[in-house]
Design a protein around this ligand. Sequence first.
Ligand SMILES: [Zn+2]
Length: 84
Amino acid sequence: MVLQYRLDVVCDDCGDVHEMSMHFMLAEGPPAAGTLEALFSDGELPPQVELFAGTPVACPRTERVYVPEDRARILLVPQEGSRY
Ligand SMILES: [Zn+2]
C-alpha cells in the first residue's frame, strides 16, 4: 500500500509543530504518525524522507529559517484518505 505523507517539525524556536509544505508518496510506510527517530530506529531513512527532512523550515512566529536536525523532533505523518 502506498500512502501520501508529509513531514511536521517540532520547532526549535517556538516549540509549536509546523507543517512542512511538501507531500510525498511512500510505499510500505508506517500507518500512523511518529518521529523519524522512532520509526527508523536503525537510522536508515527512505530516500524521500531523507531529501525532505533536509529542507529548511521557516518558523511563522520568529521567521527564523533553519534545517531541522533532531530526528526526534521531525514527524512523519500519513495523510488521511490518501490511499492509492
Ligand atoms: Zn516555530
